[in-house]
Design a protein around this ligand. Sequence first.
Ligand code: GAR
Length: 211
Amino acid sequence: KARLAILLSGRGSNMVALVKAVHSGVLQNLAEVAVVFSNKPDAPGLETAAALGCATASLSSQGRKRAEFDAEVVEVLNQYRPDYIVLAGYMRILSPTFIRAFAGRILNIHPADTHQHQGLHAYEWAFENQLPETKITVHLVDEGLDTGPVLAQHPVDLQGADSLAEVERRGLAVEHSLYADTLARLIRGELPNLTPETATAAETTPEPLVP
Ligand code: GAR
C-alpha cells in the first residue's frame, strides 16, 4: 500500500475525503494514511484527523525562514516513510529543499485551472469574474507556484451559483472525489509518469490528461 502524508493548514475537508476513501472508498487496498501534518498546530483539520484515527504531527511555521522550516518538516515526514506527499489546503509555498526531498511525489489540489489562476482565493476569483464554469486541478508540485504538471482536471458548473458559498460548495464536492480518484489512478500506474523534469513537456500540452 502507498503511504500518504497529508498536509493541511486549516479545515481539512479534503483530508477527510481522502481518509474516507482510504477506509472504505477508491483508495481502500491501495493506500494508507501514514500521517496528517500541519504547519499550524491549532488547525481544525488536525483534530479531525486524530478523531478519524490518523497519526498527526505539526510544527509551527510562524516566523520561520522557509528553507530552515522545510528542512525540519522533511525530517518529521521522513519518520513516517511517505510514498506521496498530498497537499490538502497546505497554505505554504514549498522551498526547493522540500521539493527535492520528495521530487515527483508531491501532489496538490488547486480550486481552479492552474493555467488560468495560481495562488490564493481561486473561488473568489471565479465568483467575482462570474465564470460559468471553473476547473479543479490536481497536479504534481514543482518549484513554481501552481505550475507543476497537471494530473487531472474536472469542470465545475457555476451557472446560477449566486453566492461565494455556493461556488465553494459546488467546487468542494468535485475536489473531494477528484483528489482520491486521481491518487488511485496514480498509484495503480494509470497516469503517465510525469516527474518535475518532464514538467516542461506537460506544460506545453494544452489538453488536461483527464478532461
Ligand atoms: C481547498 O479548496 C483547496 O483546493 C484549497 O484550499 C481549500 C482547503 O480546504 N487550496 C488552495 O487554494 C491551494 N492553492 P480544506 O482544508 O477543507 O481541504
